[in-house]
Design a protein around this ligand. Structure first.
Ligand code: GDG
Length: 769
């Protein structure tokens, strides 16, 4: 976003305008208020930036009216996404607000999982993708908002691999135990991981998200940095603020002060205090619980009867969702109950409104209220409490705030309550009503200072700066990736060499990982590829693996390739086809180690023991990371000293600890080829810790390639096994183009560019060239 010609495309479910029918024009636009809009408004107003969201055309417009409508949208830099009516209903009410909203807020009883609604959610996310693609230009930043569009980042990523894409979730991200109830949990996590930067209101939500990434799709993180499909992604907390100045100044406007006085006169007669609550009518906001607490308060402290009014403003919301209609009925009844029970001839305890208020009216209510009750059962952030404080800048006011709102992380000077603890809420109501003005100011001042500093505008700026930073870090990393130039050079070196050797790890390099190691038999395409490369008279191929020899033989034994099993214990040449021990070894030690590892398998659900001829491997790919980390230390402590005396070493691999004879490693095994000077081209590729031994042992001129992310001694990196496959395909194509008498160095001088031009399916790494 540093370059002003690069635009920001803001994408959210709705546009920042309410579009309503209007008799004269056919439609009327009203700016919606709220934190999201306030934060993004200044950015949206910058030339070129666009806001994209679902907006239906008002009914009954003629052609001229429709043209006027389009113009009105364009003048406001808005791009509408039109949705099929049935899809819109299923996506919005059926999935977003009946599955995601309740589950993410911890209300499984209101959660409905419906396959048809999910399918509509997918379709609508795709519809949004198409709309963004129509607009997006190279260099644009796309910022996707909220739970309605969790698939959009990865849908966009597929189409625009290098685009800058941010995602912000405005609601809580639930803990793993809750999130995993979703039948489509994998798709949603994957969907979000298409972004470069994933933002949440609070660090706890970041933690939960990272935990789901790890446990659901196996993507680990290091302090919030993840590698998803080889691409760096960051997840972090960006607590949304408010447009502080807007509320502060509004509360001082003469017309608002007049409303405040009128209100105070009406409600505050004879010293009657006002407690206020304002929110959308939503079960997450804890409205019935608040009413019950108020009822209990009036029972417990009768002296307050007639001296306090609860002004309860509930804004209509999602009325077509059944649980919301039921809540409306419940709140109506409770208000009736409390008023029926406590009212007197000249005092009604609950002043209840079911409507949205104009901005000035809302601000005057904030300013006139002695106590603000914000007691949601769960709330991503909650802006109302922040707005209340802004309207009391320089004055008093007491804020009762739920610990379950994201805002409570920042506003700890408020009277914080557990909204499920009725007694606690009752006590907080009393303390707030009786709080001396001096204490009110002392508590509010530091909160107001922070809110005035970290505004919604600052929030937006920080998010976009952080997204830029991710792009810079990605660029730094890709310098190491095998880019087009290096790929061209590699191919040229391959073609030029009279003899060449390819040393290839198996798991994670030739085949992607699977939870079950037995399930990664080579597919026919891979076998064919190895056959083509291995049959080339100038090319030797060796699969250098930690696998046992029986498996390697069953999967690859008929191919013209050398095999190394158990990290170098066994060698099997392509011609003799018999296994030989690289050096004499003993397996007696296994009897002592086996029961110890078996014990760890029993104590660590999801782990398993693999027995090979000369090694024992304890795999923990399927275990929870926290537990595995502890157990790895314990395994090493339990085995450590005793093993050393027997000449056995413990080796860390990819989600595996392996006990094996010391000195046996892939690096030693690779010397067989490295010491042969006739190889003019050496390629060694692997993804694991154990492949680092090969990279270390390789001659400086070798093309060492690490598959995946993380620190490595290899000179180059490819993102995943898929890209490795593409590289091998390109080499196989180059082999096929060589003349039949290819054993001769005749082809050595051929230019790589000619080969590159002749090989259309060279794979992405090379195709970029
Ligand atoms: C979601 C998350 C997160 C309310 N009544 C009236 C009115 N409002 C305005 C408030 C405030 C906004 O609506 C409500 O924002 P909240 O943050 O309190 O709650 P949600 O609508 O649930 O918003 C929430 C937020 O997204 C932003 O990320 O904080 O956790 O649930 O700005 O002032 N405005 C007017 N009349 C009303 O009657 N004019």
């Amino acid at each position: 976003m540093d370059n002003p010609s690069n635009r920001l495309i803001i994408v959210s479910n709705r546009l920042p305008y309410r579009i309503e029918p209007d008799e004269r024009e056919g439609f009327a636009f009203t700016r919606t208020v709220g934190g999201l809009v306030a934060g993004l408004e200044p950015l949206h107003e910058q030339a070129g930036n666009v806001w994209l969201g679902w907006a239906d055309e008002p009914a009954g417009l003629d052609e001229a009216g429709r043209a006027r409508f389009e113009r009105a949208l364009a003048e406001r830099s808005c791009a509408p996404v039109r949705l099929d009516e049935r899809d819109a209903e299923l996506y919005y009410e059926g999935f977003s607000n009946s599955a995601l909203w309740p589950l993410f807020h911890g209300f499984p009883q209101h959660t409905r999982f419906d396959e048809e609604a999910w399918e509509a959610y997918v379709r609508v996310n795709e519809r949004f993708r198409d709309a963004v693609l129509e607009l997006a230009r190279p260099g644009d930043t796309v910022w996707v908002h909220d739970y309605h569009l969790m698939l959009l980042p990865s849908l966009l990523r597929e189409a625009l691999p290098n685009a800058s894409i941010g995602f912000f979730l405005h609601i809580p991200f639930p803990d793993y135990e809750t999130f995993r109830m979703l039948p489509w949990r994998r798709e949603l996590v994957r969907g979000v991981l298409g972004a470069d930067l994933v933002g949440f209101h609070a660090y706890d939500y970041v933690r939960h998200f990272l935990s789901s990434c790890r446990r659901i799709v196996g993507v680990e993180n290091e302090s919030g940095t993840l590698f998803a499909d080889g691409r760096l992604v960051r997840a972090d907390a960006f607590p949304l603020g408010i447009d502080y100045e807007r509320y502060r100044t509004a509360a001082r406007k003469p017309e608002v002060r007049r409303l405040v006085s009128a209100f105070a006169e009406e409600k505050g007669h004879e010293g009657c205090k006002v407690m206020l609550s304002v929110e959308r009518l939503d079960y997450s906001k804890g409205i019935p619980e608040r009413l019950l607490a108020f009822d209990a308060f009036l029972d417990r402290y009768p002296a307050w009867r007639g001296r306090v009014v609860l002004v309860l403003v509930t804004v209509p919301s999602r009325e077509n969702v059944a649980s919301y209609a039921a809540l409306k009925k419940q709140v109506d009844e409770l208000v009736g109950l409390v008023n029926g029970k406590h009212s007197t001839m000249d005092w009604t305890p609950v002043d209840y409104y079911y409507r949205s208020l104009p901005f000035d009216r809302l601000v005057s209510l904030y300013a006139a209220s002695d106590v603000m009750l914000v007691t949601p059962l769960r709330d991503g952030m909650n802006l109302v409490c922040k707005e209340y404080l802004a309207c009391h800048d320089g004055g008093g006011g007491a804020l009762v705030l739920s610990e379950m709102a994201g805002a409570s992380y920042e506003l700890h000077e408020a009277l914080t309550v557990n909204p499920f603890d009725l007694e606690g809420v009752v006590n907080a109501m009393r303390r707030a009503l009786e709080m001396p003005p001096e204490e009110q100011r002392r508590r509010n001042a530091p909160m107001q200072e922070r809110l005035a500093r970290y505004t919604s505008q600052k929030w937006a700026r920080e998010f976009l700066d952080a997204a830029d930073e991710v792009k810079r870090r990605q660029a730094g990393l890709s310098a190491h990736l095998l880019g087009p130039t290096s790929a061209r050079n590699l191919l040229a070196a391959f073609e030029a060499a009279r003899r060449r050797v390819l040393l290839l790890d198996y798991d994670g390099t030739l085949m992607p990982f699977s939870d079950d190691p037995a399930c990664v038999a080579p597919d026919e395409r891979l076998r064919e590829l190895l056959r083509r490369l291995g049959s080339n008279p100038r090319t030797d191929v060796a699969v250098v693996s930690g696998r046992d020899r029986a498996t390697l033989e069953a999967w690859l034994g008929d191919l013209p390739v050398d095999l190394v099993a158990e990290h170098g214990v066994w060698f099997r040449g392509r011609r003799k086809r018999t296994w030989t021990l690289e050096e004499p070894l003993s397996a007696e030690w296994k009897d002592a180690v086996r029961p110890v590892l078996a014990d760890f398998v029993d104590r660590t659900p999801g782990s398993m023991l693999e027995e090979k001829d000369y090694s024992l491997a304890w795999h923990y790919r399927m275990c929870s990371k926290e537990l595995a980390e502890r157990r790895v230390v314990e395994v090493k402590n339990a085995l450590g000293d005793g093993l050393e005396d027997r000449g056995i070493a413990l080796m860390d691999g990819n989600k595996v600890v392996e006990a094996k004879p010391r000195g046996v490693d892939k690096g030693h095994a690779a010397h067989r080829w490295f010491r042969d000077p006739s190889y003019g081209f050496v390629l060694a590729a692997g993804d694991d810790r154990t492949d680092e031994d090969v990279f270390e042992a390789a001659p400086a001129s070798a093309w060492t390639v690490k598959i995946g992310d993380g620190p490595t001694r290899a000179r180059f990196a490819l993102k995943n096994a898929g890209e490795m496959r593409e590289l091998l395909e390109a080499l196989a194509v180059a082999c096929a183009e060589e003349p039949a008498a290819a054993a001769l160095p005749a082809a050595a001088g051929r230019s790589a560019s000619r080969a590159a031009a002749a090989t259309p399916s060279r794979g992405r790494a090379l195709a970029r060239a």
